[in-house]
Design a protein around this ligand. Structure first.
Ligand code: NAD
Length: 304
């Protein structure tokens, strides 16, 4: 259980978290933090998560009903919300912490993407937010003034080489959050995305060169990378009544990384490394340069 003290922020509230798999999952930490703050929870995931993950253990710990649903399957979601409403009643929040890309698992480069997998990535990781909200509205399971939060990553806004089709799915997800905001606003319901630091989870660690991305963000962010537990603490504030006029926002939870350009220590380390020809050759720098910079023409005047 989380070490953080409870502020009772979610006392009297009920909600569902989509996507906890094991202790490393961001959704797992959000569920623990919401429970600590007094919420009654339901947990949802695909069937396989019960076999390969520890989702049953989490449900037992939190006395939470499990709703089995593929988040890309509207009919399963509609049925799941129907069952939930019957045994649990109406809910005050939904957390979307779902993501999957077969192209990332297979380390496909952006110009080699398998299009069937690409569609699946968009469907599971982006469009699922739309389907979840629509199914919840059609089942009339959301209380007025409910809150919806979905997890995203900065690759939706900037280019990150290893994030390939998941970056496009996250752009779709963030756009859906803005697109649905007005309709949801008619019931006082708010919706936001939280853009989290690189975090060691099953989905996260599958990204090519994840260690390097993690290290870079950790060194650049003035407060360092945010952990999954810290993300849980942040998300509960967005589920609580203290943030009732925050909607249609993409909120960075990343130790300040997204506002940084560069930092002198990192520039110095990079500069030192660039003096080492063997290291430069090993880095593959020449392979990613445009023609006018190849052959060492990227060197500064001072060095050249
Ligand atoms: N790990 C990171 O570095 C990082 C950073 C920013 C945002 N995020 C986002 O956080 C969210 C949670 O990911 P995580 O890093 O905790 O990894 P995770 O692997 O623990 O969680 C991903 C979850 O998605 C579920 N899932 C996959 N396909 C599904 C489907 N068809 N239907 C329903 N659920 C399905 C998995 O079973 C798993 O529980 C994702 O949206 C991810 O993109 C992760």
């Amino acid at each position: 259980m989380s070490e953080q003290k409870s502020y009772g922020l979610l006392k009297g509230k009920k909600g569902i978290v989509f996507g906890p798999l094991d202790e490393s999952s961001i959704g797992w930490s959000i569920a623990l933090a919401a429970h600590r703050e007094g919420a009654e929870l339901a947990i949802s995931n695909i069937a396989i998560a019960q076999r390969v993950g520890k989702v049953n253990q989490l449900c037992e710990m939190l006395s939470a009903p499990f709703i089995q649903a593929d988040a890309s399957n509207y009919d399963e979601l509609f049925k799941g919300f129907g069952e939930l409403k019957e045994k649990f009643g109406k809910i005050d929040f939904i957390v979307h912490s779902v993501g999957m890309s077969q192209n990332i698992r297979k380390e496909k480069a952006y110009d080699e993407l398998n299009y069937e997998w690409y569609q699946k990535t968009l469907d599971v990781s982006g469009l699922s937010l739309h389907k979840i909200i629509t199914a919840a509205l059609k089942q009339d399971i959301l209380n007025d003034y409910a809150s919806i939060v979905a997890l995203t990553y900065i690759a939706a806004q900037r280019a990150y080489s290893g994030y390939t089709d998941m970056a496009d799915a996250k752009a779709l997800l963030e756009s859906i959050a803005r697109g649905y905001g007005q309709t949801l606003g008619r019931k006082g319901i708010r919706i936001n995305t939280v853009s989290q630091s690189p975090t060691y989870t099953r989905a996260g660690s599958g990204i090519e060169n994840f260690d390097l991305m993690y290290e870079h963000a950790h060194l650049l962010a003035p407060l360092g990378n945010a952990t999954a537990e810290e993300c849980g603490d942040y998300v509960v504030t967005l589920l609580s009544d203290l943030t009732r006029k925050v909607t249609m926002q993409n909120l960075y939870h990343d130790g300040g990384y997204s506002s940084m350009g560069s930092s002198l220590p990192i520039l110095r380390i990079m500069h030192e490394a660039l003096q080492n020809d063997a290291l430069v050759a090993k880095s593959g720098l020449e392979d990613v340069l445009p023609p006018h910079l190849k052959g060492g023409k990227w060197k500064t005047k001072k060095e050249g």
